[in-house]
Design a protein around this ligand. Structure first.
Ligand SMILES: [Zn+2]
Length: 282
């Protein structure tokens, strides 16, 4: 594992084994025996993924990708707080309270996916200098922008748009619907995908009560889109994602008067705005 230090972010070394996990290790052993009976899918030649944000979505997506052998670099600013353990939130445990979220994700993955390769960093996307953020993306195939704050989302757009495909996933009101945005170098950037120019225009679910299953479903689809962009077909292929013009996927989690059981994603094409300071013609 390479080390990396920053005046703003700091490298978080992996913690030693926690005795509390003895019981979990026993369970992991019986789980391993089950896996031996049902061998996992062979690891593919998938490039690493940079996960920006280890909140609800970032944690669930990491928990899907890492056990499949996808190497992860996880960056988050915050530590795990008691309210993060509430139902519908990220899959953290009591032992994680006070730990940097990125480290908690890495530690938890070590318990149930011992061969997963996860690098954890604590740092603020808005404050970290651009070269340090770009250093985290070295060798990476896809960046996941899974933070809530508008300011951080716009920074991700500014720093990574020209270099790598970026997947943004978000739940709408109550997470009954959500969207997955894909920005590709040369295509519409995050600002153009949402038609916004200021951080205040980004609406977040911050503090909103949502059902964990809805967040999990959005996260699961985000993981599928990520694998599709990496040309990894182990979870099947989403043909639409291979079409470079498709960059906005609208998802529905619930039955509603306008959606009586039809949960098929809608694949949309959003154009660049010519006056956009990030992706527009200059
Ligand atoms: Zn743009």
């Amino acid at each position: 594992m390479s080390t990396f230090s920053s005046g703003f972010g700091r490298f978080v070394p992996a913690a030693g084994p926690d005795p509390l996990y003895g019981l979990l290790a026993d369970r992991a052993e019986s789980e391993a025996a089950r896996r031996r009976r049902n061998p996992p899918l062979p690891p593919g030649p998938t490039a690493p993924v940079l996960v920006l944000g280890a909140g609800r979505m970032g944690t669930w997506v990491s928990n899907i990708l890492a056990p499949m052998g996808v190497s992860l670099v996880v960056l988050d600013r915050d530590v795990v707080e008691p309210h993060n353990l509430e139902a519908g939130s990220a899959p953290f445990g009591l032992a994680d309270v006070g730990l940097p979220k990125a480290l908690a994700v890495a530690n938890n993955l070590k318990q149930f996916a011992p061969r997963a390769h996860v690098q954890a960093y604590q740092g603020d996307i808005v404050l970290m200098p651009e070269p340090e953020l770009l250093a985290l993306s070295q060798g990476v195939g896809v960046v996941l922008g899974l933070v809530d704050a508008g300011e951080a989302l716009l920074r991700i757009n500014e720093v990574f748009y020209r270099h790598l495909p970026i997947v943004y996933a978000a739940g709408h009101h109550g997470a009954r619907t959500g969207d997955i945005l894909i920005s590709r170098p040369g295509g519409a950037c995050f600002r153009c995908l949402l038609g916004i120019d200021t951080a205040d225009s980004v609406q977040t679910l911050n503090g909103e009560i949502t059902h964990g299953i809805d967040i999990l479903k959005l996260s699961e689809y985000c993981a599928r889109v990520t694998l599709a962009l990496l040309r990894d077909q182990r979870l099947g292929q989403i043909g639409e994602v291979l079409d470079e013009g498709v960059n906005f996927i609208f998802l529905r989690n619930r039955v509603s008067p306008g959606n009586l059981g039809n949960f098929a994603p809608q694949f949309l094409r959003i154009d660049r705005r010519c006056n956009c300071p990030v992706c527009g013609a200059r």
